[in-house]
Write a protein that binds this ligand. Sequence first.
Ligand code: ADP
Length: 475
Amino acid sequence: MNIAFASSEAFPFCKTGGLADAVGALSQEIARKENNRVVLFLPHYRNISNANSLKAIKGSFVVPIEDRLESVSLSFVNWGSVIVFFVKNAKYFDREGFYNQNNKDFEDNDERFIFFNRAVLESLKYIGFKPHIIHCNDWQTALIPAYLKTTYKTDAFFARSKTLLTVHNLAYQGHYSYKSFIKSGLGEKHYTTSGLEFYGGMNFLKGGLVYADKVNTVSPTYAKETLKSNETAHGLKDVLKHRGKDYSGIINGIDFEVWDPAMDSYLPVGYDDENYKKGKNICKNFLRKEVGLSESKTLPLVGIVSRITYQKGLDLAVHAIEQLKDKAQFVILGSGEKATQQKFKELADEYENIAVVQKLDEPMAHKIYAGSDIFLMPSRFEPCGLSQMIAMRYGSVPVVSKVGGLADTINKKNGFFVDSVDKEGILKTLREVVVTYGDKDKWDKLVVNCMQGDFSWDKSSSDYQKLYDELISKK
Ligand code: ADP
């Protein structure tokens, strides 16, 4: 089967969050299955890792945007069993950030991703890869299904192509004005409530949800929640309901090679579930030194690795952190919302047991997963969440809210659910967890259960393969 993935990010090339981890790992898993050939399309941003090993493909071609033509050139790299293609257009992608700079979204993100969607389709033709499946991810690639059902409807090249749209987060939809719709060239008759129109504008994600042959999201619980609550579905509940059996939830895994405490090159020593105590302790002191926390034999270390957005509920955790500053140490890695970031900074300036690192820092993320005892993730909603799974793999016991993928991956044996997702609820639970940390036998069982959990892609990649099989047997 020929499978083309399209995404705005994929680890290890370009990453801002879990989308990158999921697409990177899943594309490799799918490529390892018998009889599959997998290509992956990414924008050629200025800052991608492996940039030196890219090979340029000869020539260039154009795609229409509004009444103009924009040029596309391609480079590629063989990455494991996947061929990764980078779609180049300096005007759109040769910039410092992927989607924004200094916390401000680029004003032409609509145009940049309209371009990318069309460019992926034209690139497939240019390289002569006829896909059975085009696997799209999030709003940035959600117009591909719309183009296939409209502009490319009679194009013989795509006659056997089916689309799957995976929604990694319904909070991000690419909701723009009618002007964006004009730029897409999709044709007036598709600007309707049953097409791409949404509250007086154009909605990329809705377009994908309507036109993709199948749609899924990244955990069974989030799938159920979004069918029940329009708030969790961010206004798209009825569109999802309309998809009936063609909408499902498949839990993400984590890449067990990337996230492996025994082999992690960012750590001073490796450790595994059989003998984690010594190794984890060395990692903890190494982390403390690096972020400026003092050594302690009794205080547990609480880690946070997260984007700082409303979704993650970290504004609600500030209170608990301040209240428990003498009973635990805290390391917070993350940036985003200014106000919460500022509060964390003030806490770190004032109290010796609190440290912050306010940027994207992959090595630091590894060190925190390994060096922390407790991992805090009190999300208001969480489509899947990878951080709690990574934390478990490194023996850091998660304290989470019981929503979405957190509810699907955590239970009493491997973590804690916060009583209620508010200031006092988080404080109450975290206080209890800190006390439980003092019960060494109980804690040891929790850590071992976490580290032995199977959060690999084995089962989920087979579930995706089943969806692909169903799709290609569909008329
Ligand atoms: P989301 O995709 O909503 O941000 P996930 O839990 O699904 O949340 O995935 C988050 C991913 O991003 C994890 O790999 C996590 O380690 C990483 N991450 C989050 N913030 C940072 C940061 N500041 N520096 C490095 N990695 C980060």
